[in-house]
Ligand binder design. Structure first.
Ligand SMILES: Cc1cc2nc3c(=O)[nH]c(=O)nc-3n(C[C@H](O)[C@H](O)[C@H](O)COP(=O)(O)OP(=O)(O)OC[C@H]3O[C@@H](n4cnc5c(N)ncnc54)[C@H](O)[C@@H]3O)c2cc1C
Length: 379
């Protein structure tokens, strides 16, 4: 077992850390909720071909493996969790194409997410009728002629207002919703696609999140990711989630690390009872617990990514990384707020922002209850 990162990975991490600290992190506290998106921060990543680094080199991407991608996601999230969410949503939208897309779909959809003018993508599954329970999904695509007519709506979709295209999950049979699911690749300018509203969330400022509606949108067969067998659309969906969860682990580690660093710096400089508060054992032990938890979440994320990269069975590992990561981010950001005392409760402060950003990690990409159901099913 080798815990050392390769030189290439360390150099990339150093480059991205520098880029995030100089060009992206300074905008964290000035991004207003809901309407904070601007292309400039994404462009900073695009200049280095980092908007969707898993896109294979033959389609213009960096072709990074999951472990290296997770290293970069930790860096981006440590500087600006909202930007990390925008990138993670794009990675997630691309996953079904990487897993099961045709060569023509790869050629059509992947190059646009690469290079300095890279666009973004979105992944649309959740509906008003249900997020966890996929049998409640109402969006339907009915076959007619050389394609499908898509009707329905999706909610809480990151990047929905700004994505060049959207991976939409819809059933093709009203009777067998789960078994008949397919991934439909929908371009933003499709006639019949409309934005119902933009959601304002309490965290992940910068990430544009919206409810979208589909009215009789014709989608040609060539823009449907087809599985070979009945039920394979659902399998594709579960594989997509199994991979995406490891990225939530990486974002969680980044947020927790940022909170730990802020708490440590504060504890070293804040003097109470004649000494820096870090010298009070209760504060030091709290910092020790935070550092231990961050390391645990990081190692579990690395292991899930390693399994994905080597083609192992990553379902449980990825769900575990997501549960531990998200709970770590929530615990560590709250513990950091305690160490900062009154300053940890100040509106507009870094810690306040990180607490809010961490809060949603146990909900997105399948709630932690659903992760536990996945893990239990694997025992
Ligand atoms: C900031 C943000 C970004 C998001 N981005 C996207 C996106 O890009 N694309 C997308 O498609 N969706 C997105 N979502 C939606 C997210 O995936 C869903 O919110 C999530 O899947 C939960 O669905 P729900 O909100 O309908 O909750 P529900 O499914 O209604 O669950 C409510 C509660 O009940 C619990 N629960 C439900 N069923 C069970 C069960 N069987 N056992 C135990 N507990 C259960 C859940 O754990 C949860 O605590 C986003 C949400 C947020 C807040």
């Amino acid at each position: 077992m080798d815990f050392a990162l390769k030189t290439r990975q360390r150099k990339l991490v150093e480059m991205v850390r520098e880029l995030v600290n100089s060009e992206i992190k300074p905008h964290l506290l000035s991004s207003p909720a809901g309407s904070g998106f601007n292309r400039e921060l994404v462009r900073q990543l695009a200049i280095h071909n980092l908007v969707c680094p898993t896109v294979p080199e033959e389609y213009g991407g960096r072709g990074l493996d999951r472990l290296t991608t997770a290293l970069l996601m930790e860096e981006i999230a440590a500087g600006h969790p909202g930007v990390a969410a925008v990138i993670a949503a794009t990675l997630h939208a691309v996953e079904p194409i990487l897993l099961a897309g045709s060569d023509a779909q790869k050629e059509k959809y992947l190059p646009g997410l690469t290079g300095k003018d890279a666009g973004l993508a979105a992944f649309a599954l959740t509906e008003a009728s249900g997020g966890s329970d996929l049998s409640m999904m109402r969006t339907c695509a009915v076959r007619k002629g050389a394609g499908f007519y898509l009707n329905g709506s999706k909610d809480y979709v990151i990047n929905a207002p700004v994505a060049s295209w959207i991976s939409v999950i819809a059933a093709t049979s009203r009777e067998q919703r789960k078994a008949s699911m397919r991934v439909f690749l929908l371009e933003q300018n499709s006639s019949g696609l409309s934005m119902v509203r933009q959601r304002e969330t309490s965290g992940l400022n910068y990430a544009p999140i919206g409810e979208i509606k589909f009215e009789n949108i014709f989608i040609e067969e060539e823009n449907v990711i087809k599985g070979q067998e009945a039920g394979s659309g659902y399998l594709l969906l579960t594989q997509t989630f199994d991979r995406g969860r490891a990225m939530v682990g990486a974002i969680s580690v980044g947020i927790a690390r940022a909170a730990l660093e802020a708490a440590l710096e504060f504890a070293e400089n804040r003097v109470q009872f004649g000494t820096s508060i870090k010298n009070h054992q209760a504060v030091a032990f709290s910092l020790a617990d935070m550092a231990t938890r961050v390391e645990m979440a990081r190692l579990m994320t690395y292991k899930a990514c390693w399994l994905i990269d080597k083609g192992g069975d990553y379902t449980a590992a990825s769900a575990m990384a997501k549960v531990v990561g998200s709970e770590t981010a929530q615990q560590v950001t709250c513990a950091a707020a305690d160490i900062l005392g009154a300053r940890g409760y100040e509106k507009g402060s870094l810690i306040e922002q990180l607490v809010r950003d961490a809060r949603v990690l146990s909900t997105i990409e399948g709630t932690n209850n659903m992760q536990r159901a996945v893990i239990a099913s694997q025992l």
